[in-house]
Design a protein around this ligand. Structure first.
Ligand code: UD1
Length: 420
């Protein structure tokens, strides 16, 4: 297992590029199951979750090859329409293969993901949505088994604008007979990117980026070449790294429109933000102002940036709150941040952060992807040495984070640990 060893203190400066979006890639890859042939996905992040999706799809009979952020995906034959537990337990986004497999083959067997570090995370919206399209779904031995001769278009309304469920239903509906209308659809840029990809493949989709998506089913789809959108969560993380260290740096190859809410909050905290095309320049203030946030579905403040924001607010001059309305239990980073000196108290789904105290280096343990990166951010300003253990969580979603931070002047290195 690897750990990061960080010596805090250096203000970040220079320029850094953002990688392709993890969550978009985890929709584009399964979407490729809808059509036989060879797909080329450019700007694919070289991260563990993409390796897991590649392994899962290979176990079904696809062929995946990732070189220099270019992924070739051959989905000509998928003889095993099954996502085994050993892959799904590693990554919940494995559920994204359900809709595409069912639509193309009329059958899919996918392990139930189970809970995760931040609560039960059910998949009922996915299943109800596919049932609305005519799928017959049973649960056997911890597996979802879905069958349908050919799916039929229907009206599907979600109680909550779920990213994954919107993807599964939209993808399945592309090959259904007739029209599907999804209401309260997710508007996240990654869902829109998947929709555009499906359109390129020949799908008839309208309303992407709005809460109503209409899909008119077609008989078949074709493989395509696509470039993945930039990772807005990685961009936000890097901007917060610059802000927390009191630095000034350029975060390049971003889509600033996808970051509007986060950028405004950074400005409220006193950061100067300058946007030129796909480059965001952030200059940190002398003292960060406390700014509360409440997470919400896009275009609101992303739950995936909540932990990083908490680390930033621990360094602000005053008290602020962070409320998570998307994942109400997503606070596993709090006790670890406390080990670094952050003063945070959680009540229900709101954390109160008393900023301004001194952070000091300590050994902390990664618990999930965004939690671990919040510890890295705190480590960048803590006095002395911070060790972040189990960075495999972080490697799920960040490509070479330590190299990017080193290029900006941070003192961070990866080391092997004896830990089992
Ligand atoms: C995706 C992202 C994840 C992000 C999340 C919210 C990927 C691979 N992951 O996850 O990084 O944090 O969106 O922006 O894209 N829910 C149900 N039943 C369901 C589905 C969801 O109750 O069937 C609830 C969830 O428990 C949660 C909320 O809906 O409270 C939002 O979840 P959802 O948007 O589905 O998240 P994911 O697609 O799993």
């Amino acid at each position: 297992m690897d750990k990061f060893v960080i010596r805090g203190g250096a203000p970040l400066s220079g320029s850094v590029n953002v990688t392709g979006a993890k969550n978009a890639t985890l929709e584009l890859m399964p979407a490729a199951l809808l059509a036989p042939g060879v797909f080329r996905l450019r700007n694919t992040p070289n991260i563990r979750d993409v390796w897991t999706m590649s392994r899962l799809m290979s176990s079904m009979g696809a062929h995946a090859e990732l070189n220099d952020n270019e992924l070739f995906l051959d989905t000509t034959n998928i003889p095993r329409q099954e996502a085994p537990y050993e892959h799904v337990k590693r990554m919940r986004a494995s559920i994204h293969v359900l809709g595409p497999l069912l639509a193309r083959y009329g059958y899919a067997k996918v392990s139930l993901p189970g809970g995760c570090a931040w609560g039960p995370r059910p998949v009922d919206f996915h299943l109800k949505g596919l049932e609305r399209l005519g799928a017959e779904i049973t649960l056997e031995g911890g597996y979802i088994i879905a069958r349908a001769e050919r799916l039929k278009g229907a009206r599907v309304s979600f109680d909550f604008a779920s990213v994954g469920a919107t993807f599964n239903v939209m993808a399945a509906a592309t090959l259904a007979r007739g029209r599907t209308v999804i209401t309260n659809a997710a508007m996240e840029p990654e869902v829109t990117a998947a929709g555009r990809f499906l359109q390129k493949m020949g799908a008839q989709i309208e309303g992407l980026g709005t809460s109503t998506i209409t899909i008119d089913g077609v008989d078949d789809l074709k493989p395509v070449d696509e470039e993945t959108i930039p990772d807005r969560i990685e961009a936000a993380t890097l901007l917060i790294a610059v802000a927390i260290t009191g630095g000034r740096a350029n975060v390049c190859k971003t889509n600033p429109y996808h970051l509007a809410f986060v950028l405004e909050k950074l400005e409220e905290a006193g950061c100067e933000i300058d946007i030129r095309a796909d480059v965001i320049t952030l200059k940190a203030p002398e003292k960060l102002a406390p700014v509360g946030i409440t997470t919400a579905v896009y275009p609101g403040f992303p739950t995936d940036v909540q932990a990083q924001w908490m680390a930033l607010m621990a360094c602000a001059d005053g008290t602020s709150t962070v409320t998570d309305t998307v994942y109400r239990d997503r606070f596993s980073h709090v006790p670890e941040l406390a080990r670094l000196g952050c003063d945070i108290h959680v009540n229900d789904n709101t954390a109160t952060i008393r900023g301004g105290g001194k952070l000091t280096g300590a050994t902390v343990m990664s618990t999930d992807l965004r939690a671990s990166v919040s510890m890295v951010l705190a480590g960048l300003v803590a006095d002395g040495e911070t060790e972040v253990l189990r960075v495999y969580h972080l490697d799920r979603g960040y490509e070479g984070l330590e190299h990017k931070l080193t290029a900006l002047g941070a003192d961070i290195r990866r080391e092997k640990t004896e830990e089992m």
